[in-house]
Design a protein. Structure first.
Length: 496
């Protein structure tokens, strides 16, 4: 996930360097921003005093944007800047963003930040205290903390001192200590539950060390009207989210799973109908049955390389799900050809899909309940010329009876005569096949010539080829002239 986001910013930065004059700059409460569709960037201005950056801003047209990036040089040379609050929405701090801020004495960096650019805090000569909430420690840009005072202290989450000490440019701090304060909860009800269960020193607060000592949260949050629990990330002693731990927390919109979690068991987040996003950490190896079932606001899922087991219906009822991506280096599962599905690599079995799933030709079977409760199905594109082996429950309680199935023309009758595919409301041939792609594999090469010649010689039936794309010269017949035309197209590199 981090690599994807960083790639996006690195692609954008060269363009933005020359674009600030062209992109409208808006001023909200004394802070200047440039606004894009997916977020707002804080840009350079004449800043002083105490600055509080909000998590979101609203422009003159009433549009709300999350503040995601403190852009290059945004506060550079603002010697009158004395303090700044960075919200949890910010994921990147740019080149020299706070360089030469000689009046800045302390700063807190939220856990949401995944990139800090070169010289970001260089020559902040009064910066005596930096508090990092970052749990997944990364290398900063070159000399991010160059020129800070020799006695500056870096406060880090408990258990991560050695990690920070061996990671550039955090290792520039000679004093690195554990953060032993109390956690500030965004949701008072979450704090109440946590203090009630795990406040071992009975001081009415939950410290980072108390949170880190918790090894099992049980089901104390089940069905509670909590809204936000990003502080779960500090419960670094957890290795599992037990069955139904957060089930029916219908008001929950945000939660951060700690990097220590290995197992997410059955129904752990079931029916969290307002949970719109979730990041599965790279420590997780198992996702249980209906673990995220009924998370109807969830729009995307990324499966990390660590996941080796996914049970049936893990994402069933995620009716808003449009994107499913499996890490390219996951040895067990894949989402080949940008198919928006989870495929078991060794068996070529599609085990979980969504409304935007495209079934590749290489898929040989569809797992039971793969599209269970997928109410958003309207069009399913399946490129498999041989009908995949499919259990009768694959499309159970989905909208497939009203949906259109798009399949290779050469196999359309097979789909119409095979359950449960025959239950689709309409079955039509794929319309994006290229003239000359005789075997419907998405490519035009010598294999298409062989298929065409075999058909003309009577060595194969029309069921093995697309008779529409085989009529290369469009004369209404399939004969040797189409072979000649196809060979010429391949040799010339032309595609019709």
């Amino acid at each position: 996930m981090r690599n994807f986001i960083l790639s996006f910013f690195f692609l954008c930065i060269p363009c933005l360097a020359n674009a600030q004059d062209a992109i409208p700059v808006i001023d909200v409460d004394g802070i200047r921003y440039i606004v894009f569709r997916d977020g707002a960037f804080v840009v350079a201005g004449d800043y002083s005093g105490d600055i509080v950056i909000p998590e979101t801003i609203i422009d003159d047209y009433g549009m709300e944007y999350p503040v995601t990036f403190i852009y290059d040089y945004a506060f550079m040379g603002c010697s009158g800047l004395t303090s700044i609050q960075i919200p949890n929405s910010v994921i990147a701090i740019g080149w020299s963003a706070f360089a030469d801020c000689s009046g800045l004495t302390s700063i807190e960096i939220p856990n949401s930040v995944i990139s800090i650019g070169p010289s970001a805090f260089s020559n902040c000569s009064s910066l005596k205290s930096v508090t990092s909430h970052i749990m997944d420690v990364f290398e900063t840009g070159y000399e991010a903390f160059y020129g800070i005072p020799d006695d500056a202290t870096l406060y880090v989450p408990e258990g991560l001192i050695d990690t920070y000490r061996t990671t550039a440019d955090w290792n520039r701090f000679s004093i690195i200590v554990s953060k032993k304060g109390d956690i500030e909860f965004a949701d008072d009800y979450v704090k109440y539950i946590c203090v009630d269960n795990w406040d071992t020193n009975l001081d009415g607060e939950l410290s980072y060390s108390e949170a880190a000592a918790v090894t099992d949260i049980g089901t104390v949050f089940q069905g509670r009207e909590i809204t936000s629990f990003d502080e779960l990330q500090y419960f670094t002693g957890l290795t599992r989210i037990v069955p139904e731990a957060f089930s029916y927390c219908r008001w929950l919109t945000s939660i951060k799973i700690p990097n220590s979690v290995i197992y997410i068991f059955d129904g752990a987040f079931g029916e969290c109908s307002n949970l719109s996003s979730i990041e599965i950490p790279n420590s997780v190896v198992f996702i249980g049955q209906s673990a995220f079932g009924g998370c109807s606001a969830l729009t995307s899922i990324e499966i990390p390389k660590s996941v080796a087991g996914i049970r049936l219906t893990a994402f069933a009822g995620c009716s808003s799900l449009t994107s499913i991506v499996v890490a390219s280096d996951n040895p067990v599962y894949d989402s080949r050809d940008n198919c928006n599905a989870i495929i078991e690599t060794s068996t070529n079995t599609l085990i979980a899909g969504c409304m935007n799933t495209v079934i590749p030709n290489s898929v040989t079977s569809i797992g039971d309940l793969a599209f269970f409760l997928c109410s958003g199905l309207t069009d399913v594109y399946c490129y498999a010329k041989t009908v995949p082996s499919t259990g009768s429950l694959a499309f159970l309680n989905s909208n497939y009876g009203n949906a259109t199935l798009h399949v290779p023309a050469c196999a359309i009758d097979d789909y119409r005569n095979t359950e449960p595919w025959s239950g689709f409301g309409n079955i039509v041939p794929l319309t994006d096949a290229k003239v000359g792609d005789v075997n419907d594999d998405g490519n035009m090469n010598i294999s298409d010539v062989v298929a065409l010649v075999n058909h003309i010689l009577g060595n194969s039936s029309s069921a093995t080829m697309n008779t529409t794309t085989a009529d290369v010269n469009n004369d209404g017949k399939i004969d040797i002239s189409d072979v000649v035309a196809l060979v010429n197209m391949i040799l010339k590199g032309t595609v019709q």
